[in-house]
Design a protein around this ligand. Structure first.
Ligand SMILES: [Zn+2]
Length: 370
C-alpha cells in the first residue's frame, strides 16, 4: 500500500466520522431523503396510469367527445361514458360573492347577466331577478317580469344562439310574468302549477299565455342536458306558487317568499296564508339541496341563511305583537309593534321601515285570529 493510498483511506475515514457526528439525525432531515427516492422511482417506473372510468380517462389527457353524456376513449381503444347521475357541480365558486354583494349593472344595457352554474344564467334588472337555462336544445326561461321586458331577450341573445323553447311561471302575478306574451314565441311550452293555470285562464291576459303543461305536486322537466324539478309546497305567497330546483347545479328559484338581506315586501310579501308562508321557509331549508336561491327581487343571490333570518324576523314580530296585545290597548298595538320591531332589527335588514306598519297590521290580525 502506498503512502498516498493510506492518506486517502485516512481522509475518507475522517470525513465519515465527521458526517456521523455533525449531520443531525432528526427525522425531519432524514425522512424525506429515504422516502422520496424510492417513491420517485416507482412513479417513473409506471408508464401508463390505470384508467377505469371517464374522469381518469380525461385526467390522462384523452379528449372528451362532444356528446351527452360525454365520452372518452383511451389510446388503446378503451371507452368510458361520463356518469352524470353522480355529477353535482353546484354553483361556481366565484358566483358565491353575489350572495353578499350585488353585481354592477351596466347603465347602458340596463341589466346584468352571468352564468352562475353550468348552463344557468342569472339576470338582474329593474329591481327584479330571474334565471334562464341553456340546454343544448333550446333555452328554458323562468318568468318574464314586466319591468325587464325586452331586456330579457337581449340578455339571452348575449350568451346563446339557442331558441327559447320553454317558459316556466313561478306564479301568476303579472309583475313577474306579464312580459311573456310580448317577448316569447307563442308556440313554445308554457309550464305552470295547476292553480296558476286556472288563474291565467280566468284572467285571460294575452301577455300571460295559457300554460300548455300543468301539474299538481311535482313535475320533472328534462330538456337537452338540463333537468329541473318543479314542486308545489303550498301557497306561501299566492295560489299556485312553484319551487324550481336545478338539482345538479344546486340552484333554486322561489319567488316572492322573502327578500335576501332586506325586510319583506308589504304584509310579509302579501302572503295569502301566514302559516304556509312560515312553513315554506322550513321546507326550503330542510327538504331542498341548494347553494343559492333566486328570490325574484333584490340584487343578490339568496342562501339558506337568508331564509332563516327572514323566518326569525316573522317569528319575532309574532312575539312582539302577542306581547303588545297583552300589554297595551288595541289602538296602540300596531305602534308598539312598529317601535319594538324597529328597535330589535335596526341595522340588520334593508328597507326595514318601508312596510313596517303593514307588517304590524297583518300580524295583529293574524295573532287575534288564532
Ligand atoms: Zn308575486
Amino acid at each position: 500500500m502506498t503512502l498516498q493510498m493510506n492518506l486517502l483511506i485516512a481522509g475518507v475515514a475522517v470525513l465519515c466520522f465527521a458526517a456521523l457526528v455533525f449531520v443531525p439525525w432528526d427525522e425531519e432531515t432524514i425522512t424525506p431523503k429515504i422516502v422520496n427516492t424510492p417513491v420517485e422511482k416507482i412513479v417513473s417506473d409506471i408508464d401508463e396510469p390505470i384508467i377505469s372510468n371517464f374522469e381518469q380517462c380525461i385526467a390522462a389527457g384523452n379528449p372528451a367527445m362532444e356528446s351527452h353524456p360525454r365520452q372518452c376513449r383511451t389510446s388503446d381503444g378503451e371507452h368510458f361514458v361520463e356518469d352524470i347521475s353522480i355529477q353535482s357541480s353546484g354553483v361556481f365558486l366565484e358566483s358565491m360573492k353575489y350572495t353578499k354583494n350585488a353585481p354592477i349593472i351596466d347603465e347602458k344595457k340596463g341589466y346584468f347577466v352571468d352564468e352562475i352554474a353550468d348552463g344557468i344564467y342569472w339576470l338582474v334588472a329593474s329591481g327584479y331577478q330571474v334565471m334562464f337555462l341553456t340546454t343544448g336544445e333550446g333555452v328554458i326561461v323562468i318568468d318574464a317580469p314586466q319591468p325587464i321586458g325586452e331586456k330579457y331577450l337581449q340578455a339571452i341573445q348575449e350568451v346563446t344562439d339557442e331558441p327559447i323553447t320553454h317558459m316556466i311561471y313561478s306564479h301568476s302575478h303579472a309583475d313577474h310574468t306579464g312580459a311573456a306574451g310580448q317577448i316569447f314565441p307563442s308556440n313554445i311550452e308554457y309550464i305552470a302549477h295547476q292553480d296558476t293555470a286556472d288563474i291565467l285562464v280566468s284572467e285571460n291576459d294575452p301577455n300571460r299565455p295559457i300554460p300548455t303543461i300543468t301539474f299538481d305536486d311535482t313535475y320533472t322537466l328534462s330538456v337537452g342536458n338540463q333537468v329541473l324539478e318543479l314542486s308545489y309546497i303550498g301557497a306561501f305567497h299566492s295560489e299556485g306558487d312553484m319551487i324550481i330546483l336545478a338539482p345538479k347545479q344546486k340552484v333554486v328559484m322561489a319567488v316572492d317568499l322573502f327578500h335576501p338581506d332586506a325586510a319583506p315586501y308589504r304584509a310579509f310579501g302579501v302572503t295569502v296564508n301566514l302559516d304556509t308562508h312560515i312553513e315554506a321557509h322550513d321546507t326550503l331549508v330542510n327538504d331542498f339541496d341548494f347553494d343559492v336561491l333566486i328570490s325574484g327581487h333584490e340584487q343578490i343571490l339568496g342562501t339558506k341563511n337568508h331564509i332563516k333570518i327572514d323566518k326569525e324576523f316573522v317569528l319575532s314580530m309574532m312575539d312582539i305583537t302577542t306581547q303588545a296585545i297583552g300589554m297595551v290597548s288595541s289602538d296602540e298595538v300596531i305602534q308598539r309593534c312598529v317601535d319594538d320591531t324597529m328597535e330589535q332589527w335596526q341595522g340588520k335588514l334593508n328597507d326595514l321601515e318601508k312596510y313596517m306598519v303593514e307588517h304590524c297590521t297583518a300580524m295583529k290580525e293574524y295573532v287575534l285570529s288564532q
